[in-house]
Structures are given as C-alpha cells and as structure tokens.
Design a protein around this ligand. Structure first.
Ligand code: AMP
Ligand code: MG
Length: 418
C-alpha cells in the first residue's frame, strides 16, 4: 500500500469498492431525488389526444386562406368544446367551434385561432354567433399533438436517471405510482475520542463537544443516505474494535472520525487492518491528510480525521462520490469555476490545499475569490460562512493576487453544469 496517494486515486479506490445497492419500490412522491433502478414506460400516449393549447376557435385552416384586415373571413360558431368534452360531429366549410385550452381538437379541424385576434360579428362569440378572422391560420397552429410528452410503450425514464421534481409530474402523467429506485445507503457514524461529550452536555475541563457526528450525519443525509449517529467511542482499541465490527452489521457504510493519524491513541488503521483489508491511509490533501479506508466484514469502513474541516473535506471529496454510486448516480464531480484571487497566499506544505473561500463578482463582472483569514482545520464555522474551496495545486506553490484559481463548489449538486 503506497504511503500517500492523490485525491483522484483515493476517490477511484473507494468508488471501485462500492456498487449500487439493491433497488426498492417507493410511492411516486418519494422518488424525487432518487435514481431510477429500471426503465419506466407509459401505458398510453400522453396526452392521449391532440388538444387546443389556447382558448379560441378551432377552424379548418383552408377556410381562412387569404384572410386579411381588408378581407376578413367570417365563420359560424356551431358548438362549444370545453376541456373534458369531445366534439365528434362534422363541420361544413364556413363553420368553426369555440374551444378551450386542453379540449380535444375535433377531427374536422386542423388549427386553433386564439380569442384575442378573433372579432365577433354577431352574437356573443358562443354557439350561434358569427366571428371574423383577419389573418390566415397554418395547419397545427395552437394545437398540441397527441403523444407529445410520451408515446405508449416508449421509455420515459431510463434506469440510472436521477428523478427531479418535474420528473415526478412526467411519471404521474404516465400513470405510474410506484417507482423502482436504488436504495439509500444506511450510514453508521462513530466519533472517536476520549475528550468528546454529547453536544447536550456542558464540557468539563479537557472535554469538547462532539460536533463531527452531527455534521457528518447532515452530510450523509444531504448525499441521500440514512445516517445513524452511534455512541461516542473512547480512544480505546478494544472498545473501538467492537463498535466498528458491530456497525458493519446493519449498515452499508461505516464512517468514523478521529484517531486516524499516528498518535499513541489512534487505532482505526490498526483495527481495519486486523479486522479486514486496509486499503488507504493517507491522501495528498490539506486539510485532511489522514484518510483511512478499508473493507471490514464486507462493509466499507472509512476513518476520517478528527479535525472538523479535515473530516468534512474527506467526506465531501472522497466518501460522498461512493455514497452516490451506491444510489445509482454516475456523476461525482462538484462543479468548478475559475476565479481571480484577491490577495497573495502561500502554502505551508506541498499538499493540494483547499482554502475555505468566498466567491463574489468583481467590479468587472468576473469572479473573485477571497480565502478566509483563518484556515485552521479545526473549524466548521469558516466553512459555514464561506461558499467555495479555492485550490492551490500540489507542490511548492504560492499564489499572487490576480492569479486565476480553480474553485470547487461543494454546495452545488454534481449534475449542475456551469
Ligand atoms: P484526532 O484526529 O483524534 O487526533 O483529533 C483531531 C482534533 O479534532 C482534536 O483537537 C480533537 O479534539 C478534534 N475532534 C476529534 N473528534 C471530534 C469530534 N467528533 N467533534 C469535534 N472535534 C473533534
Ligand atoms: Mg483523537
């Protein structure tokens, strides 16, 4: 196992060890934000009939040929077709029907002219009236064809397609109320550290509140998973070993935080190695060098560092892609933008540096990026208050004000194209 691997290698390694979970069938509304696990097809044409896209008059376009302001064409209104009613009669030349949006287009007509441009010659514009047209209509004007949304039997959603809110309407229109989707991973979250107490407790001297478990559970939920926060585990090898093994039962992915580096009480690497296959320990990134990954009891186990920003970055950059793959997603990269750095920055070590930063629009309309003053890996608040991670690549790199940096938008979904 190589000592330190790149972020890309780490992501590939973890992705290669997970696959899409079993599918489950959920009620239509619950399918929003999930990935289809099978092709879906409509049982009918949607819509099943050609219909009017406007409130107006259905006409034979041929009868309006040559209509103009100087030579209007007058037609008799022989019927009214509201939505939900079909007119199955015929019409002679010189006749039209009044029609509402969504009403089936009678077979004898081939165009709809909207109310606003039709004059009333006699009557009130309804059945029995005479109306006038001052311009021709083309075949198909203001008509929505049958099957425009979907054809009977045709695939409307493909397996692997993420289902959005509009997709729910699309599927409903096709009469499908139960949708096969990939299951959500059940994710166990264990914070490790003898100094940790629950957030509900006022810490005694030398204690701190466990904030990572909550952030990681929120991250897991935002990634589409079902998180379970398990009890804090002290820096005790036997206790941790028992907790990790127990978590692999009944969870699809186990995440720990803390105890992941080389301190006297850092046991997660040792436990993964002894209980299963240790596949990675260190990634060339900052914050978050110590990232442990392996398989225990056929379950992926990921040991994040304890420092909050380091744990957060490990989750977002390495774990999240894997949790998405388990739900059937195939897009794993958050969008990146390029922005002009507003100040000089120097790196402390050669690892790839993710600077918690704020993107704004400069006076010239171009994006500018300003790294937060405090880049400590111990802080969540700085991530909360910023909106991107500006990247300084590996090596002895320093950057000057005006340099263009890549910035990754961790809050923007992977599917978004900028
Ligand atoms: P470790 O990775 O265990 O060496 O922890 C690094 C730093 O992160 C220490 O200052 C820990 O106190 C802190 N830390 C570890 N776990 C948590 C946690 N669950 N919540 C907040 N801070 C933590
Ligand atoms: Mg610790």
């Amino acid at each position: 196992m190589p000592e330190m691997i790149s972020l890309e290698e780490a992501r590939e390694l973890v992705l290669s060890r997970v696959s899409a979970l079993e599918s489950e069938t959920v009620p239509l509304l619950d399918a929003a934000g999930r990935v289809a696990a099978a092709d879906l097809a409509s049982d009918i044409d949607v819509s099943p009939f050609a219909h009017s896209a406007m409130d107006g008059f259905a006409v034979k376009s041929a009868s309006l040929a040559g209509a103009s302001a100087d030579f209007p064409v007058e037609l008799d209104v022989i019927f009214e077709v509201p939505a939900g009613v079909a007119y199955e009669g015929d019409a002679a030349d010189g006749q039209c029907v009044r029609i509402m949006t969504g009403a089936p287009l009678p077979e004898c007509f081939d165009a709809v002219v909207k109310y606003e441009i039709v004059g009333v010659v006699s009557g009130d514009g309804r059945t029995g009236s005479r109306v006038s047209f001052t311009s021709p209509a083309a075949v198909g004007d203001n008509i929505r064809a049958a099957g425009e949304e979907a054809k009977a039997g045709e695939t409307i959603i493909t397996a692997g397609e993420p289902i959005g809110t509009a997709g729910i309407g699309f599927i409903a229109g096709c009469g499908i109320l139960e949708v096969p989707v990939y299951s959500r991973p059940k994710v166990a979250i264990i914070s490790i550290g003898s100094e940790l107490v629950e957030p509900s407790v006022k810490p005694a001297p030398a204690q701190i509140r466990n904030s990572n478990s909550y952030a990681l559970a929120a991250c897991a939920r935002a990634a589409g998973c079902i998180p379970e926060i398990l009890p804090i585990v002290a820096d005790d090898e036997a206790e941790l070993s028992t907790a990790v093994l127990a978590a692999t039962e009944g969870h699809d992915f186990v995440i720990t935080s803390g105890g992941a580096s080389n301190g006297d009480f850092d046991f997660i690497k040792k436990i993964v190695e002894e209980q299963g296959d240790l596949l990675m320990t260190t990634v060339n990134m900052r914050p978050g060098k110590a990232q442990t990954f392996g398989i225990v009891n056929d379950t992926p186990v990921f040991g994040l560092p304890g420092n909050p920003a380091a744990a957060y970055m490990g989750f977002e950059l390495i774990i999240r892609p894997a949790l998405r793959k388990m739900q059937g997603y195939s897009c794993f990269e958050h969008p990146m933008v390029k922005a002009r750095l507003t100040c000089d920055r120097k790196k402390k070590d050669p690892r790839r540096l993710f600077m918690r930063s704020t993107l704004t629009k400069g006076a010239d309309g171009e994006l500018e990026v300003t790294p937060a003053k405090n880049q400590s890996s111990g802080l969540f608040g700085v991530i909360q208050k910023t909106n991107c991670m500006a990247i300084l690549p590996e090596g002895e790199v320093s950057a000057k004000a005006g340099d263009i940096l890549d910035c990754v938008l961790l809050d923007v979904p992977e599917e978004v194209v900028l």
